[in-house]
Design a protein around this ligand. Structure first.
Ligand code: ADP
Ligand code: MG
Length: 392
C-alpha cells in the first residue's frame, strides 16, 4: 500500500487538520464508558504538536442530524477527556467550517477540537463544496480515523483531494500494516465472529465474508436474523426481517459454516432489571426478546474458537451492558483470550466489552475499526485509504 504518512511530512509552522475517530461509547448521562479511541488518537496529535504544528482536530460522534447542534451530539465530553490526556487545554470550536477568528488564533503548539463533523451539512454525502472549505482551513490533512475509512464522507474522502498535502496518521498506518499482515495469509481455520446491533450494515457484508472464512459465528441482532432465516422463533427480538432471505442464502451456500443459536437468554423487556429466562429457541414466545445466547450455544461456539488459527471479532453476542445478559459475550471473550489463535477484535462496543472483562492484554490486536475492519477483511478497498493513495 503506497500512502504518505504524517512522519514523512515536515509540519513545522503548518496548520494540520486531523480527522480522528473519537466516536466513543457513552452512557445515558453522556459519560464516556470507554476512552480507547481517544487514547489511540493521542500519538498523532502529540507528534504534530511536538514538531511545531498548530492542530485542528475533528471526529464524528453518533448520528447527529446534519445542520443541527444538539448537546447530546457534542464533542464537549471528548474535549474534556482529551485535555486531561494531553495535559493542556483543548477548546471546542462550534460552526467552524467557514474559518474565521479561531483559525487566525491557532498558533503552533495549540490544539483545538472542531465540533462533531457530522453536524455539518454535506458531510455524509461527501459534498465537494464542504470538502473544499475544510481543506482551505489547513496546510496538511491527516486521516487518522481508520474506524470511518470505509465511508466516503467530506472529512474522510473529499478533503483529501483538495488539501495542499494529505497523509495517513500513525493510527491509520498501524492499522493498515497490522491488518494487512494478519490477513494476507491467515493461519487456518479462520473464524469470524460478527454480532452486535448494527444488523443491516453488518449483514450485507456477511456473504462475501462467509466465502473467505472457515467458520462464521453470528450473535446479537445478526444471529436473530439467522434464527429467523432457519425457521426458528425470535419473538420480538432485534432483527432485520428484510434480510432474512440474505441470511438464508448464506446458510444454504455454506452448509455447516454458520452455526445458528439453539438456546437463548430472553426477557420480556429491554431493561437492566428485566427478569431473565433461559429458553430453547423453539420455546421463544412472541413477546420474548432474545438478549443473549444460551449455554448450549456457547459450548458449541467455544469448541470452534478453541480450534481456530486466526480469529476476527466484531460485535458483542448479547446485551453485555446488562449483567443478566453478559454471560455469552464474557464466555466468548474468554474463549478468544484462551485460544492459541492470533486474534483481532474491533468495534466500539466490542472494545468496551473486552475492557469490561479485563481481557485487552490477551487479544492479539485491538483494532479501532468496526465496519472498516470488517470491510478490510472482506477485501474491499476502503474509500478513505484510496483517497490517500491517490495523493501519495
Ligand atoms: P460494535 O460497536 O462492536 O461494532 P454494535 O454497535 O453493532 O457493535 O453492537 C453493540 C450493541 O449490540 C451492544 O450495545 C449490545 O447491547 C447490543 N446487542 C447485542 N446483542 C443484542 C441483542 N440480542 N438484542 C439487542 N441488542 C443487542
Ligand atoms: Mg457500536
Amino acid at each position: 500500500m503506497n500512502i504518505k504518512r504524517l512522519t514523512d511530512i515536515d509540519v513545522r509552522g503548518k496548520k494540520v487538520f486531523i480527522r480522528a475517530d473519537l466516536n466513543v461509547p457513552q452512557n445515558d448521562a453522556g459519560d464516556i464508558t470507554d476512552d480507547t479511541r481517544i487514547r489511540a488518537s493521542v500519538p498523532a496529535i502529540r507528534d504534530a504538536l511536538d514538531r511545531g504544528a498548530a492542530v485542528m482536530l475533528t471526529s464524528h460522534l453518533g448520528r447527529p442530524t446534519e445542520g443541527e447542534w444538539k448537546a447530546e451530539d457534542s464533542l464537549a465530553p471528548i474535549a474534556a477527556r482529551l485535555s486531561e490526556l494531553l495535559g493542556r487545554p483543548v477548546p471546542l470550536v462550534r460552526d467552524w467550517v467557514d474559518g474565521g477568528a479561531w483559525v487566525d488564533a491557532l498558533v503552533p503548539g495549540n490544539v483545538v477540537l472542531l465540533e462533531n463533523c457530522r453536524m455539518n451539512k454535506g458531510e455524509k454525502k461527501d459534498s465537494d463544496e464542504l470538502a473544499r472549505k475544510m481543506a482551505a482551513l489547513c496546510d496538511v490533512y491527516v486521516n487518522d480515523a481508520f474506524g470511518t475509512a470505509h465511508r466516503a464522507e467530506a472529512t474522510t474522502h473529499g478533503i483529501a483531494k483538495h488539501a495542499k498535502e494529505a497523509c495517513a496518521g500513525p493510527l491509520m498506518a498501524a492499522e493498515l500494516d497490522a491488518l494487512g499482515r494478519a490477513l494476507a495469509s491467515p493461519a487456518r481455520p479462520l473464524v469470524a465472529i460478527v454480532a452486535g446491533s448494527k444488523v443491516s450494515t453488518k449483514l450485507t457484508i456477511l456473504r462475501s465474508l462467509a466465502a473467505k472464512v472457515d467458520a462464521l459465528i453470528v450473535g446479537g441482532g445478526i444471529a436473530n436474523t439467522f434464527i429467523m432465516a432457519a425457521g426458528g422463533n425470535i419473538g420480538s427480538s432485534l432483527a432485520e426481517p428484510e434480510l432474512a432471505g440474505e441470511a438464508k442464502a448464506i446458510l444454504d451456500e455454506h452448509p455447516g459454516k454458520v452455526p445458528v443459536p439453539v438456546d437463548a437468554v430472553v426477557a420480556k423487556e429491554f431493561k437492566e432489571t428485566a427478569k431473565s429466562t433461559l429458553k430453547a429457541i423453539e420455546n421463544v414466545e412472541p413477546d420474548d426478546l432474545i438478549l443473549d445466547i444460551g449455554p448450549t450455544t456457547v459450548a458449541a461456539l467455544k469448541m470452534i474458537i478453541a480450534r481456530a488459527g486466526t480469529i476476527v471479532w466484531n460485535g458483542p453476542v448479547g446485551v453485555f451492558e446488562f449483567d443478566a445478559f453478559a454471560n455469552g459475550t464474557r464466555e466468548i471473550a474468554h474463549a478468544i483470550a484462551d485460544s492459541k489463535a492470533f486474534s483481532i477484535a474491533g468495534g466500539g462496543d466490542t472494545l468496551a466489552a473486552i475492557s469490561k472483562f479485563g481481557l485487552a492484554d490477551r487479544i492479539g490486536y485491538i483494532s479501532t475499526g468496526g465496519g472498516a475492519f470488517l470491510e478490510f477483511l472482506e477485501g474491499k478497498t476502503l474509500p478513505a485509504v484510496a483517497a490517500l493513495e491517490a495523493r501519495a
